[in-house]
Design a protein around this ligand. Structure first.
Ligand SMILES: [Zn+2]
Length: 249
């Protein structure tokens, strides 16, 4: 694995062609979790993924599209268009120095803009495949094996609090349990700030979190994440081979 602590000489001696970019956020996570929660998760997950793939682990993007949390003091955000431009420049610079795959390991659900950005980059940048790996998305179909709440546990809830209890219990404070929480559709973040819809900025069931669930979910995310990358690589090679047969190139 390569990191920012390696030198030009190390990079030149390596045939590493895959880069992993952790994308977190700096946003309120209720009274019980730190504002850097998504970044802490993204960095941990990406490090383990980069070790598995012997990839270049990039420093995290720690500020992303958190405008829906702006009412929570401590939240800092990029507007979506800005994030798209940042990602484009990162992809272009990796392509320029010979990388063939960029894995964007996103941990913030509000970063919707990454998807169309990736779709465009994969048409625009020859030679570099940009992959969006949202650990929550690939693992969610199996959340029922671990969590009591698969629906409505969106932000600083059972999943995120469990994962923090596993990775850094020292960062978890007392939960201000909501009596009869009203659960709105997640899409309501398009219209309201989270602080306008929730009593303490969390959205879900943190009171049901345990460290054991956290340890299970990070392993599930890695397992499903690696499966996603491997399957995509298989299909990519197949598509390339078919193209070569059809065009004689
Ligand atoms: Zn979060």
């Amino acid at each position: 694995m390569l990191t920012i602590f390696h030198s030009k000489k190390d990079f030149e001696a390596s045939d590493c062609r895959i880069a992993v970019l952790p994308v977190g956020a700096t946003e309120q996570h209720g009274s019980h979790l730190p504002v850097g929660t998504d970044t802490i998760f993204a960095e941990h997950f990406s490090r383990r993924l980069a070790e598995e793939l012997d990839a270049y682990l990039l420093p995290a993007i720690a500020i992303s599209s958190s405008i829906e949390h702006r009412k929570g003091k401590g939240t800092v955000y990029l507007k979506s268009d800005t994030l798209a431009l940042v990602l484009r420049d990162i992809a272009e610079s990796l392509q320029y120095s010979g990388f063939t795959k960029l894995i964007i390991a996103n941990f913030h659900g509000g970063n919707w803009i990454i998807k169309p950005t990736v779709r465009n980059l994969n048409r625009e940048l020859g030679g570099l495949q940009t992959v969006l790996l949202y650990a929550g998305d690939v693992a969610r179909p199996r959340y029922g094996e671990i969590f009591n709440h698969v629906q409505g546990d969106i932000h600083a809830g059972e999943m995120e609090t469990s994962l923090m209890l596993h990775l850094h219990p020292e960062y978890v404070s007392d939960i201000k349990v909501q009596k009869n929480p009203v659960l709105f559709p997640q899409a309501y973040m398009d219209y309201f700030d989270v602080g306008e819809l929730t009593a303490d900025g969390y959205w879900g069931f943190p009171e049901e979190a345990t460290a054991e669930k956290g340890s299970k979910v990070i392993e599930l995310m890695l397992h499903e994440g690696l499966k996603y990358i491997e399957e995509l690589e298989r299909v990519t090679l197949e598509v390339k081979a078919r193209h070569a047969r059809e065009t004689g190139q």
